[in-house]
Design a protein around this ligand. Sequence first.
Ligand SMILES: [Mg+2]
Length: 403
Amino acid sequence: MPEFQKKTVHIKDPAKVEEIICGLIKGGAAKLQVITDFDMTLSRFSHNGKRCPTCHNVIDNCKYVSDECRKKLHELKEKYYAIEIAPELTIQEKYPYMIEWYTKSHALLIEQRFQQDKLEEVIRDSDIMLKEGYETFFDKLNEHTVPVFIFSAGLGDVLEEAIRQSGVYYPNVKVISNFMDFDENVDLAILGGYLFVQSIEKGAKHACAGAVAEDQKRMSWNEDGRRCSGPETPIQPDQQWDRPWDTSGGLSAALQNAVDKPLIPGVIKGFKGELIHVYNKHGDALRRTEYFSHLKENSNIVLLGDSLGDLVMADGVSVENILKIGFLNDKDLEIDSDPTSTSKTDSLNKFPTDLNGQSAIRAHDAVVFQIDESLEKYMDLYDIVLVKDETLDVANSILQKIL
Ligand SMILES: [Mg+2]
């Protein structure tokens, strides 16, 4: 395969990889399933030399999160990311700190009262991007109805919307991640006004239900739950369609009466289900078991990940052949991208200078050494390692042979 000749591709045992791929080809589409991480695996690590955001970064850096909150989130990141990557600590030792980190940062997001109906815009305005070749990847897997399991310690709402906006959220894709829980009734408290129904023609394209805020501005939602006019639309005094509405059952219930399926853009009140963090990817036993119990026949697995924590994603799944593809990203770039952390130059200057003061050169060597060291580790654990590869070319070329 010509894609294997790319200089990003590193394979420790080519004979073993060949044997696995032969097994995958033999099983074909019927036996195949894909188990994949999202952040920095399906999504890009960088684009044009600029770091791309993770799911959490998208929300943390959006305009609906206050600067003060952002600062606190970055402080948490400084503290806990150091623990996440600390080589002297075991995963068991890191585990409680990861829970602490997620719990604290999620609590901050809840304090921000982030609104569900802002998701679409926030993701559209962000730099989150799928890796090059994602269309082929998702299209091909969908065409052959190969199950794709996305297992992410990021934010499910964000990654789902990112995939949806890329036009590849097909029915063969299943996501297990941290999903925000939005309170459907909060808006009533915010509005404090009365409700109106503009059009209750069921099934009508522009059926609209809404509420009138105390400040006499109109908020309304169309039937798929998207806000169709913002609070900036003032009410015209002569508009006759306003009428009091029975709010005894809350806004949600009132709107249920009004249109077929009004999804009220609510405010975040928590997170659903069991927390998934970077070191418990074999966790969330219930949802995993439920999903994989239907896929016993799909014992040929292509696993995609970018961290060592991703290697356990297929634990407990029945496996005949498994091909593990790991993306090894340029961690140096990660330091540079965080606006609150030290710049690349600063972090390089932390390395001891030699007698000639050539810290940058020495530091550069140290960084290269670090990547080499983890490359060795990655090559021991992943069958194929892709260093600084922002494409799905290798995965696609393998799928091309199988399907
Ligand atoms: Mg990842």
